[in-house]
Design a protein around this ligand. Structure first.
Ligand SMILES: Cc1cc2nc3c(=O)[nH]c(=O)nc-3n(C[C@H](O)[C@H](O)[C@H](O)COP(=O)(O)OP(=O)(O)OC[C@H]3O[C@@H](n4cnc5c(N)ncnc54)[C@H](O)[C@@H]3O)c2cc1C
Length: 238
């Protein structure tokens, strides 16, 4: 057997537990594992967050996990790593052609990455933060009420949005009424996903605009974190 245990980063004491703790608690004495020999134990970190403010600097660019190009909801990073690597390699080729390896010269890569994947990543990060604030009970009730179906969650995680017909909207509306506390968080997340999308679409065309743009982004996150009732350490450092 190959057993995988995934845990969020430390947003609360309960969620920050070592995976080994959950293995011991839920699996070590289960019918599946009892009496079995452990052959290998390993782990890894998946950087699930919004895109970096910039992927380039003078003579430098980052791609893949080094540039945190991972889907913040399900942690899949292979596809976006390949995508960012392709865009990065095109940028490097251009840099050689122009003989310009400055931050300004490489800047186009930021814009291309955001268009290709980063905007969706940013929206999904907003969704992830909301998911992380749900208790086990809320998650279970939300799943039971089929607040969103597997297909809808998949659509959100793939596209960063949900395209719904009027009938679908009505169906979801009825499901939402069964779990109002979870529904209000979902609505909040969808609203801020839209705000963050609009903001990322105005990402600066050159490095000089980054500081003021980033100020607007932190302000949106600040509002959102306040409404979710969480503290984001990176906000207090900015
Ligand atoms: C447990 C786990 C399960 C995952 N499951 C999935 C999944 O099912 N689907 C999915 O899409 N993604 C999954 N991911 C995420 C995915 O593995 C990564 O997002 C992806 O591999 C990132 O690719 P990368 O090339 O950017 O980085 P990496 O694959 O980490 O490659 C970086 C390479 O650089 C090498 N390196 C580091 N430092 C140096 C150095 N100084 N000099 C030379 N080489 C160096 C490393 O050894 C490594 O080989 C998973 C991650 C983990 C941890």
């Amino acid at each position: 057997m190959n057993i995988g245990l995934g845990l969020w980063g430390k947003l609360s004491e309960e969620q920050g537990l070592n995976p080994r703790h959950n293995y011991d608690k839920y699996l070590a004495n289960s019918q599946y594992t009892r009496g079995r020999k452990i052959i290998h134990v390993g782990g890894g970190i998946v950087p699930t967050r919004r895109p970096l403010p910039s992927l380039v600097a003078n003579g430098f660019l980052a791609a893949g996990d080094a540039a945190v190009t991972v889907n913040p909801v399900h942690g899949g990073g292979i596809g976006p790593a390949l995508l960012s690597a392709e865009l990065a390699s095109k940028t490097v080729l251009e840099a050689f052609e122009k003989g310009d390896f400055t931050e300004r010269g490489l800047w186009r890569y930021n814009i291309e990455y955001l268009r290709a994947y980063g905007i969706k990543q940013a929206m999904l990060d907003v969704f992830r933060l909301m998911l992380q604030t749900l208790t086990n009970d809320q998650l279970n009730r939300g799943l039971k009420a089929r607040l969103l179906t597997e297909d809808e969650v998949l659509e959100i995680s793939e596209k960063g949005s949900l395209e719904l017909s009027l009938i679908d909207k009505l169906k979801i509306g009825l499901r939402l009424m069964k779990v109002p506390d979870v529904a209000s968080k979902l609505r909040l997340a969808l609203r801020y996903m839209g705000e963050v999308k609009n903001l990322y679409e105005t990402y600066p065309e050159s490095p000089s605009g980054l500081s003021s743009w980033y100020g607007k982004l932190t302000s949106v996150y600040h509002d959102y974190a306040g409404k979710l009732g969480i503290t984001l350490k990176w906000l207090s450092n900015t």
